[in-house]
Design a binder for this molecule. Structure first.
Ligand code: ZN
Length: 117
């Protein structure tokens, strides 16, 4: 079964050399995470534990300049870093989506999209 949570953070960045995003600007980022596992004692993982871990990872980005944390702070690089940090904490992550606005997002997804079947 898959369990998902989401959290948000607000941060500034600039994308070096980009015609539009090369100037400092901000986003309200939304991060969605899903983990997969067997149900034990009624749960795959406690929602609060998963949210605590996600917050621990993204809190350092909140109200900060992302260029201090990433050489090139694109949504793709942010998504990959969050995915790797979740994996390092031993979670069986199957999806991470980072949205920099409601109409722009990137996603790592390790399972087929069932809506295409
Ligand atoms: Zn941006």
């Amino acid at each position: 079964m898959i369990v998902g949570v989401s959290e948000t953070f607000s941060a500034a960045h600039l994308i070096p050399g980009h015609w539009k995003c090369g100037k400092v600007h901000g986003h309200n980022f939304k991060v969605e995470v899903e983990v997969e596992g067997d149900v034990k004692d009624g749960m795959v993982i406690d929602f609060y534990e998963l949210k605590r871990i996600l917050k621990e990872i993204i809190d350092k980005y909140d109200h900060d300049l992302l260029n201090k944390h990433f050489e090139n702070p694109t949504s793709e690089n942010i998504c990959l870093e969050i995915f790797n940090q979740l994996k390092e904490r031993g979670l069986n992550v199957v999806r991470v989506r980072v949205s920099e606005s409601p109409d722009k997002w990137v996603e790592i997804r390790l399972y087929p999209d069932s809506s295409n079947i």
